[in-house]
Write a protein of this length. Structure first.
Length: 398
């Protein structure tokens, strides 16, 4: 396994020198300042790469190996006329990355919103803070803040009552915070930040797009991208929709094993792969993570090894648990990934090692009170990485 760590660039409060101390060897990063649809030039990539890879004498070098993510322009997801210029720009960015030696690219195909949480400071019984998604709060936002047209039809009467009670109990500043979390987006998102009016307009564009059509748009994008990726030896790793289900009336198409099967059966190119984001997939109970790791092993080019704990009475609500103490058997998932690496070694595949990273860590100890990117605190992720490393070492030396 290649122990990797996400770095957001020079403004990330967790610095490259900090990361070096974690024992991670590889960096996951992106050119966050380049707007969706624009080409990542070789010059810009090299500059960023230099920040990561230039190493003071006597210290261990780090390597930028994974891109998370090149954003996919909304016009591609909507298959708007003229979207080919954005597809061409995406391909050009991929070519430029390959030229700089960076060949694993994570991306997603979520319309309008990227990953979404309702609480960024959910206090755990041990005093640390986690991220949380609360279905009732989300419904309160949808129904009573956004007041999305037609939203009532998507909730039962009981759900609407519950959401109303949650909404009534929130202060004005809590409502504002909730709104910001959802429409301004979280770190690393690959979509725009919106005001409420623009957000309504962005959602409305998808009014007539159902799952089938969105999937066709993804496949059409990939049909253009994959042959070139194959030539370059680039691996594309689609990230699931987080949380993995339809939201705000938007179709979401990378949520389950069935979605992945359809994707890989339709487009079997070697470059067509996935990010096994354990936390995302496991935030719905019908995804069996060890089974998915086994079933899609050869397609897994990148993995986020965190988990969630779902609420007993509302399975759509969850908080992000410690990396080893979630609803899923992380040890078993890691075993499956290690088995896959063995298979790759036996078939003498060039890159047998899978890039993994700790994902959203808790805010704990000196993280608390610091300005950190939600989910991307230093100590919390270090704890996650250390736990995962222990499991990997224990299994590998058995
Ligand atoms: C959040 C991340 C997402 C992810 C993108 C991938 O922490 O998992 O922002 O990077 O959705 O394209």
């Amino acid at each position: 396994m290649k122990e990797s760590w996400r770095w957001f660039g020079p403004n990330d409060p967790v610095t490259i020198d900090d990361i070096r101390q974690t024992g991670a060897t590889d960096i996951v990063s992106a050119l966050h300042s380049v707007p969706a649809g624009e080409v990542w030039s070789v010059e810009n990539i090299r500059q960023h790469q230099e920040l990561i890879e230039q190493t003071p004498d006597g210290l261990i070098p780090l390597k930028w190996s994974v891109v998370e993510s090149i954003p996919v322009h909304e016009d591609i997801k909507l298959a708007r006329p003229g979207n080919k210029i954005y597809v061409d720009a995406w391909i050009a960015s991929m070519e430029n990355l390959a030229q700089c030696g960076i060949k694993t690219i994570c991306y997603n195909f979520m319309p309008v919103i990227d990953w979404t949480r309702t609480d960024l400071n959910f206090k755990l019984p041990n005093g640390a803070y986690a991220l949380r998604f609360d279905q009732n709060k989300f419904a309160a936002f949808d129904l009573f803040i956004l007041e999305r047209e037609g939203a009532e039809a998507e909730y039962s009467e009981a759900e609407i009552d519950e959401a109303k009670a949650v909404f009534d109990a929130m202060s004005e500043s809590e409502r504002q915070k909730l709104t910001e979390n959802i429409i301004a987006g979280l770190p690393g998102r690959m979509t725009d930040s919106y005001g409420l009016e623009d957000f309504r307009a962005a959602l409305a564009q998808y009014k007539d797009i159902d799952h089938h059509e969105l999937r066709q748009n993804l496949f059409s994008f990939l049909t253009q991208v994959l042959p070139r990726a194959d030539e370059l030896g680039v691996k594309l790793a689609i990230h699931p929709d987080d949380p993995p289900r339809d939201m705000l009336g938007l179709p979401r198409i990378i949520c389950t094993a069935d979605d992945l099967e359809l994707l890989f059966n339709s487009l079997p190119n070697p470059a067509n792969g996935m990010t096994l984001c354990v936390g995302t997939y496991s935030s719905r109970p019908d995804n069996d993570l060890p089974a998915m790791a086994r079933q899609f092993g050869s397609r897994i080019y990148f993995s986020h090894l965190r988990g969630v704990s779902r609420d007993a009475n509302e399975q759509r609500s969850f908080y992000e648990a410690s990396h080893l103490d979630s609803d899923i058997d992380m040890v078993q998932v890691i075993k499956e990934l290690l088995n896959e690496e063995q298979r790759r070694k036996q078939s003498e595949a060039a890159d047998s090692e899978i890039h993994i990273r700790p994902d959203h860590g808790h805010q704990m100890m000196d993280d608390i009170g610091k300005k950190v990117n939600p989910g991307y605190s230093g100590i919390g992720r270090l704890k996650g990485l250390a736990e995962i490393r222990g499991v990997i070492r224990a299994i590998s030396t058995q």
